[in-house]
Design a protein around this ligand. Structure first.
Ligand code: ZN
Length: 277
């Protein structure tokens, strides 16, 4: 008989006075196709939509919402010893552009059987280059644009090429003169580079910024780095070209985190607009 009230009081105290209560900070734009950073200093684990998120020693993390992400995302902070806190991250729906591209070489819109082999080589090489991540935390830096120029194609746009519906645009396009230097937007390790002249992407550079965050640079004229090189922010990766499937000289800049593609422009403001949960 005496045990019951004591049990109730203990339960009440655990629920009401969490031992390691803290402020969880989330920065960036909560919207489809955007990357955010977070900080939960005492967390043992952070889960978003049930997925375990990699944490730095001091509890920092990054997370990307896909182009078609659900609008309500469950965030669970696990402090160990059974103590958890749950939040709902409500994100905005993004209205995606329709990109009508005319004048693309027809053989690049409807590839031949022979071209399919080339496309498989491109897909395998790029996939392998995005499977070599490190424990570096270069992603904590503030990123900058790799090229100054006009944004000629937005991330996520539904592309219609010569009248045919294509996959959504996986990066942003920056129009610039052929030969313009492309600069690393943050430190990283090169995982792919060379004059491979892939079917879609032409000559490509891929950078690993740690924790499965990669950026990709396509349609390059001349690549100036090699796989395995460490680059510092501002180092020249290559020059703007029109290799692969293009209608003119531009840089295609893409980004992915844990295989989720997102708008690379959001890397420039991933630490802005912080909210405390
Ligand atoms: Zn593009």
């Amino acid at each position: 008989m005496n045990c019951k009230p004591i049990y109730l009081i203990i339960s009440f105290m655990i629920l009401s006075f969490p031992v390691k209560a803290e402020t969880v900070k989330i920065c960036g734009t909560l919207a489809q196709g955007q990357i955010i950073t977070g900080h939960a200093p005492n967390a043992k684990k952070v889960l978003i939509e049930g997925k375990d998120i990699k944490l730095t020693k001091d509890g920092k993390f990054i997370y990307a919402f896909s182009r078609d992400s659900e609008l309500l995302n469950n965030l669970e902070i696990d402090y160990g010893s059974g103590e958890t806190k749950n939040y709902i991250l409500s994100i905005s729906e993004t209205k995606w552009d329709i990109q009508n591209l005319k004048g693309v070489e027809q053989k690049k819109v409807t590839p031949s059987k022979q071209d399919e082999k080339e496309i498989a080589r491109e897909r395998n090489d790029i996939r392998a280059a995005q499977n070599k991540t490190t424990e570096n935390t270069f992603w904590e830096e503030v990123f900058s644009f790799p090229v100054e120029g006009r944004e000629s194609g937005k991330f996520g746009g539904q592309r219609i090429m010569n009248g045919s519906r294509m996959n959504p645009h996986a990066g942003m396009d920056i129009a610039a003169m052929e030969g313009t230097p492309i600069k690393a937007p943050a430190d990283g390790i090169i995982t792919l580079s060379g004059q491979e002249n892939y079917f879609y992407s032409g000559n490509v550079v891929v950078i690993d910024h740690g924790y499965n965050l990669y950026t990709i640079y396509a349609h390059i004229l001349d690549t100036k780095v090699n796989a395995g090189n460490k680059v510092k922010k501002g180092d020249i990766l290559g020059t703007v070209g029109k290799t692969g499937r293009v209608t003119g000289a531009h840089l295609h800049w893409g980004a992915s985190l844990n295989d989720v593609r997102f708008d690379p422009k959001s890397l420039l403001k991933k630490d802005d607009l912080c909210i405390n949960l």
